[in-house]
Design a protein around this ligand. Structure first.
Ligand SMILES: *Cc1c(COP(=O)(O)O)cnc(C)c1O
Length: 554
């Protein structure tokens, strides 16, 4: 449903879209024969405004597809509520490090032949009501298959569904297997044929990530003929269509996005076998310029094969420390440019940026302001840089942003807090490379993977994080960063986790930074060598090829 390729193309909302973009960049680097399909999202994922009192408002992020994409001639149509809705593709080529290419197709319904309402179907990412979303998913899934055929893709070996949003593509494939007979006639043979061609990645245990549509709505949008096969394949439960179940049913391979997430997802879907392929990030996209130059000097192979980042272990601590000085300076200059706030380059700087939604708990850090004051008095100054957009309908997320603004006021100069509007790929690059510590304190086990800490690791920035998602795998205490709380996956009381966060900062992280900076630089270096070398999309795509796509000859 979303792909994030450029800061200037607001066609993503967060980690899911950025992961898609990073996956395509890695596939291009590696010459994997892959193409991607998404929606155009003409009105973009919104612009964020935060007023002086901490209230978020939003406006459309209008952009010009013509500046970034090229329209292609084919037109296909899909049936929606009995109408023929016409779709056209735009495309953009992602070029890899050796010049190999991957195509990305953006589906667009803004054509004069369509009704006004249908023209708007590819305007808003995660906007509108259930009917709007279901119609979008018809465009994405069924329209996506039709567009690929019209563009000449006839021998696709594997359809990889990223989240259930695209799962209606299975109905399009089923229709092809039936060669014009009604969908009511399906047998095990056709189901098996579709299943051989599909794989599915589930990206979150959070309910909002799993679309369910009431049966009445499904019947109106898809027509009664489509409902019967859906019922046969158990995609209907409690009188609604569950897109996750549809994808699970038709997939030969299913995976979660980290080892811990596999366990969570397996418990959610006992009828399926869930594997794990842990997420990564595209290393050269997320490595700051100063670190790129450092790696180019010491381990130039890293650009072609991220495994070589392992040998960052041989770079001197002085070089790591001075390179970080450059990225920190760049971040502080950007903060000043955006907000006119001047932060202290010698103060320990913590970064926290992610989609502002309640389980991410942006405000946990501020649960005990008195304790924070005592910590900085005793051990040394701390300043924080925050970012994150709340979905326009996520009141809990907006309230959380307001609590940070309130806390920043009441803490004043004791603990300086800057909240930056408009967290996107561009700001993310500054933040994950320029801070001294990347903080992550989601409510476990809801963080399926998380990827921003991986971006930080590539820039030598250690994490202090709840043991959830990727951090269960990336964490070596005091070596690659530090844990908040214990290794259990059962939710823990917020007060206990906040206490653990404060304790780690006060007794371990801050004393190391202020009294043994070369010890801190050692943690920075291990974050690169152990985590940068593994939590990248080169390794991830190779695992998809071997385990999901069967492209290694198996
Ligand atoms: C990396 C990134 C995310 C995802 O980060 P998480 O740690 O998975 O929450 C979201 N938004 C932007 C702009 C990013 O760069």
């Amino acid at each position: 449903m979303e792909i994030g390729l450029l800061p200037a193309m607001p066609t993503y909302s967060g980690g899911l879209g950025i992961l898609a973009g990073d996956t395509l960049r890695a596939a291009a680097d590696m010459g994997v024969p892959m193409a991607a399909v998404t929606l155009l999202h003409r009105k973009g994922y919104f612009r964020q405004h935060i007023d002086a009192d901490g209230h978020q408002s939003d406006s459309p992020a209008i952009w010009s597809p013509e500046e970034f994409l090229e329209p292609l001639p084919p037109r296909v149509s899909v049936a929606i509520e009995g109408r023929h809705v016409l779709i056209r593709p735009w495309h953009r080529t992602v070029r890899g490090v050796t010049g190999k290419e991957v195509e990305v197709y953006y589906l667009d319904t803004a054509l004069a032949e369509n009704t006004t309402w249908d023209q708007g179907l590819t305007d808003y990412l995660y906007g509108g009501d259930s009917r709007y979303r279901l119609c979008q998913e018809v465009v994405l899934g069924m329209g996506g298959v039709a567009i690929l055929r019209a563009l000449g893709y006839h021998n696709i070996q594997t359809y990889h569904m990223n989240e259930g949003h695209s799962a209606l593509l299975t109905l399009a494939l089923l229709g092809e297997e039936l060669e014009g007979q009604g969908l009511a006639d399906i047998s095990e043979a056709e189901i098996g044929a579709v299943r051989k061609r599909c794989v599915f990645t589930t990206h979150t245990p959070v309910a909002a990530g799993h679309d369910r549509f009431p049966l009445g709505l499904v019947t109106e949008v898809l027509g009664p003929e489509a409902v019967e096969p859906l019922a046969r394949v158990d995609a209907l439960s409690q009188n609604s269509l569950d897109m996750t179940y549809l994808a699970l049913f038709f997939s030969r391979f299913v995976n979660g996005v980290a080892m811990r997430h596999r366990e969570t997802a397996q418990a959610m879907y006992p009828g399926s076998t869930v594997s794990a392929i842990t997420n990564g990030v595209h290393a050269s996209t997320w490595t700051s310029r100063p670190y790129q130059e450092l790696y180019d000097r010491h381990i130039p192979e890293w650009r072609y094969d991220n495994h070589y980042l392992r040998y960052a272990a041989g770079i001197s601590l002085d070089e790591i420390w001075s390179t970080h000085g450059k990225t920190k300076k760049a971040l502080l200059a950007e903060v000043e440019r955006r907000t006119e706030v001047r932060l202290d380059p010698n103060a320990f700087t913590i970064g926290f940026a992610r989609r502002a939604t309640p389980y991410k708990r942006h405000d946990l850090f501020f649960s005990d302001e008195d304790r924070l004051r005592r910590i900085v008095d005793r051990v040394g100054p701390v300043q924080l840089v925050y970012g994150g957009k709340a979905h326009p309908r996520d009141e809990g997320g907006k309230a959380m942003i307001k609590r940070i603004i309130d806390a920043s006021r009441s803490l004043g100069d004791a603990v300086k807090v800057v909240f930056l509007e408009e967290y996107d790929v561009g700001l993310g690059q500054f933040l994950t490379s320029g801070v001294d510590l990347w903080l992550n304190n989601p409510q476990r086990p809801l963080e399926a993977s998380g990827t921003s800490g991986m971006k930080a690791a590539l820039n030598g920035v250690p994490s202090l994080s709840i043991l959830d998602g990727w951090w269960v795998e990336g964490w070596v205490e005091g070596v690659t960063g530090w844990a908040i709380g214990d290794e259990s996956s059962i939710p823990a009381p917020a007060e206990a986790e906040a206490r653990s966060l404060y304790d780690k900062l006060e007794y371990v992280v801050l004393p190391l930074y202020y009294t043994r900076p070369m010890g801190y630089a050692g943690v920075m270096r291990s974050a690169i060598a152990l985590n940068g070398s593994f939590f990248n999309t080169h390794r991830m795509v190779r695992q998809y090829m071997a385990n999901a796509y069967n492209l290694d000859g198996k």
